[in-house]
Design a protein around this ligand. Sequence first.
Ligand code: AR6
Length: 344
Amino acid sequence: MGTFRIIKGDITKCRADAIVNAANPSLLGGGGVDGAIHRAAGPELLEECRTLNGCRPGEAKITKGYRLPADYVIHTPGPVYRGGNCGEEQILASCYRNSLKLAACYERNTVAFPSISTGIYGYPVSLAAKTAVREILTFLHTQSTVREVVMVCFDEETKKAYEAAYREIGQAEFVIRKAGEADLADIQKLMETTVAYMENPDWFYEDGKEFLETCVKEEENAGFAVIARTKQEGIPAGCFLVEIPGDVPYNLGNDLGFSKEQLLLSAHMDTAAVAPLYRGHHLQDRMMEVCEEEMKKRGMRYLLATVHPDNPYSLSNVQKRGYGIRATKEKYGRSLRHILCKEI
Ligand code: AR6
């Protein structure tokens, strides 16, 4: 994962591979940081901007940096703040996301941002900072081209707001509890996000997820699910699903030559999803621990898991919790999987 820094300074002096400009939709210059960037880059920047045909709020376009120390300038018009109910947050999030995607596309390793929309466009800085930091960290946790993002704050108050937003995510506390039917939509969203950001979608086995509903139903004894939420705001941060399949052909115990009696005491430690923003908090491990405790209470003996052999993250996670590789074979169509087991 790349690094994120917050500094006080002037972005026009920044030696990043690319700096971001809080532009307006014409891309033809203006006041604030936009004016400062155009002054420092020289008139060639405006000439190149004229060829771009403007840019919609939330989108981003790239030019060379000319006389700036930065090689490139990524221009993104932020939203004008109109009270917060006009889609401002989504547009601001898109500014950060699209600027970072463009930087990665141009293989830039370091990117510097100003505080988009919090000057002339009037976005309250404490709110803007939360959205900005969330988007930047999510991006840094899910790709490896952009290695450093620097937030360049022009004044102390802005810097403090970004530092507070960063602290809030870094020091987040979580509540992990049994998931119920009311959590179903949040769990589905967590799983979709996990697949969307995965390096190799083949690592995630998406079919046969009908049991998800079984997992969250109180009366069912065929599964168990937990959801992790932030303590402060209840934001869904991760989920873990366990299936208790019983004596059926797809019970993984069959791949390990289990007897009928053993099959009835086996649980599939099936699916883990952690929101990219909250990676690094050991959530998968903590959720798995809760699930293992529950399986113990229910009298289960064999905890079974499958991991794609090329997925080093999941493999080291489960091995650290004491699961050993018992077999490696093609499962779920033609995809290779290690089958791991932990006896409790
Ligand atoms: N380096 C870093 N940050 C700066 C600099 C600098 N040199 N100069 C100002 N800031 P603003 P917006 C900070 O108004 O709200 C333009 O006219 C500033 O203190 O530049 O997105 C455009 O053409 C504030 O914290 O951008 C648009 O019309 C932050 O940069 C409109 O302003 C953003 O303030 C965009 O408004």
